[in-house]
Design a protein around this ligand. Structure first.
Ligand SMILES: Cc1ncc(C[n+]2csc(CCOP(=O)(O)OP(=O)(O)O)c2C)c(N)n1
Ligand SMILES: [Mg+2]
Length: 398
């Protein structure tokens, strides 16, 4: 797939799930997901696997056709919106920085589909997908990351600081690990207010090092906060491999030391992610405390920017710290065609309707790009606004 949408790739990527959904009904597919996805892929500190397998079937089976279609749509929005950014950048029409999320879409969508609008998320430097999955406006986001005056933060924030409090988005931010602290703080606020909202903190595999995560996790465990920490293990911290940094394979095991339940899930399987997120959300709403969920995945592009990528081609190749073969193997596990196969085989969508959804999303993304392109840049004098709560900073004292 590329900026012009290669429908064949979306339709025909090979199955990598280990099960053939064609051969099973929706219910038996879900049950096999419970047995395979949960029994083998999930890890839970001290919990009974079989009991959790049953809860998996319950959560996924209750998703309506409308919800499943919305999940597919949101995954495509993330993919095509970011692909548009990549193509714009390579054409020279983009000023700014972007840490692309492509390849990790199932995590944001699986998690945010388990949330209500009044729940909160705290995001990261790689947060476009989180925001889109929580309902972020594609036009305002694109205007913001191209530093236009009508963007989410009037063009001052750029990619790294997009925020929309009306959607419960506490913001992207560039401080690795800070999302966990912000999220746990918001969860403490919820506890004080006494509402049944929950908070999700997204973070990369690098975000569990250092004092931010420690403070957040310790407080969340101590006060049984409604906090869910999503660890997006995309195998790298910039160009450093996870296995060169940690002595443990499953990062969710870190949760054990805080007295928090830890889970591991296939981060390229949107239904498996949804299921474990829904479990954690219900638990948090009921006052039964936090959960740490590690989602195993892979980023298709470079840490940031567009090195190794081309217009009309997915993924960044020729990077010194990973092999092209490794990237290709992960691209074969693309979460989007995998979910599409499920939806078509289970008769949630026809092939024709699934194609229409792709075209609708492509149009939405094109509209967002045209909107952002037409927007004005901030006036130089306005750079002095927004420094204090009220008014502008005077240029000179007369
Ligand atoms: C506190 C802090 N330390 C270091 C950095 C520099 N830095 C930016 S991104 C990054 C790696 C983050 O890796 P990970 O958490 O796995 O997220 P990913 O980029 O893989 O999504 C680092 C070290 C930073 N932004 N903040
Ligand atoms: Mg990482």
């Amino acid at each position: 797939m590329n900026g012009e949408v290669n429908m064949n790739e979306i339709k025909a990527a090979p199955s990598t799930s280990g099960t053939d959904p064609k051969a099973v009904s929706r219910r038996t597919f879900i049950q096999s997901l419970g047995a395979i996805g949960v029994g083998a892929i999930f890890f839970s500190a001290g919990a009974d696997k079989q009991a959790r397998g049953q809860s998996v079937s319950t959560y996924i089976d209750s998703l309506s056709t409308e919800q499943l279609t919305a999940m597919y749509t949101d995954m495509l929005k993330i993919r095509l919106w970011e692909t548009k950014i990549k193509d714009l950048a390579l054409k020279g029409g983009f000023r700014g920085v972007a840490h692309l999320y492509v390849g990790e879409e199932a995590i944001a969508v699986g998690v945010c589909s388990a949330l209500r609008q009044d729940d909160y998320i705290a995001s990261t430097h790689r947060g476009h997908g989180h925001l889109i999955a929580k309902g972020g406006d594609l036009k305002l986001m694109l205007a913001e990351i191209t530093h236009k005056a009508t963007g989410y933060c009037k063009g001052y924030g750029g990619s790294l600081h997009i925020t929309d409090m009306s959607l419960g988005i506490l913001g992207m931010n560039g401080i690795v690990g800070a999302s966990h602290l912000m999220g746990a703080g918001a969860a403490y606020g919820i506890k004080v207010k006494g509402t049944d909202q929950v908070v999700v903190s997204f973070g990369g595999d690098g975000s569990i090092q250092g004092s931010f995560f420690t403070s957040a996790a310790n407080s969340a465990a101590t006060y049984k906060l409604p906090w869910i920490s999503i660890i997006e293990n995309n195998q790298f911290q910039i160009w450093v491999r996870c296995s060169d940094v940690y002595g443990i394979k499953d990062l969710a095991r870190r949760a054990d030391g805080y007295g928090i339940e830890g889970r591991v899930v296939d981060g390229n399987d949107v239904l498996a992610v949804y299921d474990v997120a829904k479990y954690a959300v219900e638990k948090a709403r009921a006052g039964r405390g936090p959960t740490v969920i590690e989602c195993k995945t892979y980023r298709w592009y470079d840490h940031y920017g567009f090195q190794g990528s081309k217009i009309g081609r997915d993924g960044a190749f020729g990077l010194g710290y990973r092999s092209d073969q490794e990237l290709r193997e992960w691209m074969a596990k693309d979460p989007i065609p995998r979910f599409r196969r499920f939806l078509v085989n289970e008769k949630v969508l026809t092939e024709e309707r699934a194609d229409e959804v792709v075209q609708e999303v492509k149009q939405t993304v094109d509209d967002a790009a045209a909107f952002a392109e037409a927007q004005p840049v901030p006036k130089a004098v306005d750079g002095l606004l927004n420094v204090f709560a009220e008014g502008a900073v005077p240029l000179h004292k007369s």
